[in-house]
Design a protein around this ligand. Sequence first.
Ligand SMILES: [Mn+2]
Length: 340
Amino acid sequence: MSKQEKIREFDPNGFATNDQLFGLPFTYGESETVVLPVPWEVTVSYSAGTADGPKAIKEASLQVDLFDPVLEGAWKRGVYMVDVNTDLHEKSNRLRLKAEQYLDKLAEEADAHILMEINHACAEMVQWVEDSATHLLEEGKRVALLGGDHSTPLGYIRALGKQHSSFGILQIDAHADLRDAYEGFTFSHASIMFNALKEGCVEKLVQVGIRDYCESEYRMIQEDPRIETFFDRDLKQAAYRGTGWAQQCQNIIEQLPEKVYLSFDIDGLDPKLCPNTGTPVAGGFEVEEVLFLLEKLVESGRTIIGLDLNEVAPGEDEWDANVGARLLYRLCNLMALSQK
Ligand SMILES: [Mn+2]
């Protein structure tokens, strides 16, 4: 059956009749956007579960309504999720236990061999993501990376760097993620933006919603002219004084170049929307507040060249995956809408 025939026969208002992402009927070849799942959480600091995010989001996605008010007939463009790499998931589970053992001993004597093994495996994960993303981009796909913890998108950012000489990162997050090798882990979730800024292609980092950071991260924010941080506290206080969200969004967007990579850590949202995420922090956004920012970003004429959604851990009631699945759909559609 051709794609056109599938579009004619598919009922976007009905129940999902297959178990593909969002219940869509399209093959990989027929889909404009590809979701690349990276079930990896070796360096998670607080509570685990985000490696199960892709599977849980895929299951929850069957309930997502396919109508999107910002993009007419969004579903017809196709969003396809490639199979979860089960070897990577198993490796993550195995090494996460080792990382816990390593951290338990951190205070006394650190085991250099375990640390080396973990850093080596994380570097291999980054390389696998770079290779996979490069392949998808070369096939003309738009790519949405789905974590896993926040260490997962580095390889994707590198892959984009081969196509785009320069772009900015818009980071939605509770944390600054600017630590130089957190707890000894070179590719820690808490180091993703520190590592991304070493890539020559990243000309600007705009952080939004940040409310948990250490002194060295604060100093880096002050000293590195490429970093612009909109702290949760400042955004809220400006709102209390009467500055509307539309104005604040404009201030945020002005800091970004024409090409934007979106890195969305679910913990940037209010933790009521992601109670099982690895490191929840009180404060943060409603879903529509962030989507409003992103709609304004697209309206400004900027292009979302790629995106990731990370740190979604399903928990027992699957609530976080429910939020994550709806968010993923809207993000993919905004990326599609932003293409010239
Ligand atoms: Mn993060």
